[in-house]
Design a binder for this molecule. Structure first.
Ligand SMILES: [Zn+2]
Length: 111
C-alpha cells in the first residue's frame, strides 16, 4: 500500500453528495487519513473508509424493531432434538409426564 500524504486523492463517502467521491486528505494520524474534504462539494469531514452511514430511515427502522423486540415476550428457547428428526411432527411429547404422579399417589395411599 502506498504511503498516503496530505492532499492526496482518496475515495470516500461524502454525506453531502450522498455517494462515494474523490476526497483530498486533510489530516493523517498514524498513516491513516482522519480528515478529508470532498472534491465535489468541498465538504470536510472525518474519513469514513467508504462506509456508507445508515440513513435516518434505516435508524428509525432499527429503533422500531428494537422497541418491538423489547415489548414482545421472550421467544421460547430453540428445541434441540437429540434424536434424528423422524416422525417429530406426529408425536407431541405431552403424553408421558401425566402418568407418573398418579402412580406415586396411588402407592402412598396403600402405605
Ligand atoms: Zn461532496
Amino acid at each position: 500500500m502506498p504511503v498516503l500524504r496530505l492532499g492526496d486523492d482518496i475515495d470516500d463517502y461524502c454525506i453531502k453528495c450522498k455517494r462515494v467521491t474523490n476526497h483530498s486528505i486533510l489530516a493523517i494520524v498514524d498513516g491513516e487519513p482522519v480528515k478529508v474534504r470532498c472534491r465535489s462539494c468541498y465538504n470536510e469531514g472525518p474519513y469514513r473508509r467508504c462506509v456508507v452511514p445508515p440513513s435516518k430511515r434505516e435508524l428509525q427502522k432499527a429503533a422500531l424493531l428494537k422497541q418491538m423486540m423489547e415489548q414482545a415476550p421472550a421467544p421460547p428457547p430453540p428445541v434441540v432434538e437429540a434424536r434424528p428428526a423422524r416422525r417429530a411432527s406426529q408425536k407431541p411429547a405431552s403424553q408421558k409426564p401425566a402418568r407418573k404422579p398418579a402412580a406415586k399417589t396411588a402407592r402412598k395411599k396403600k402405605a
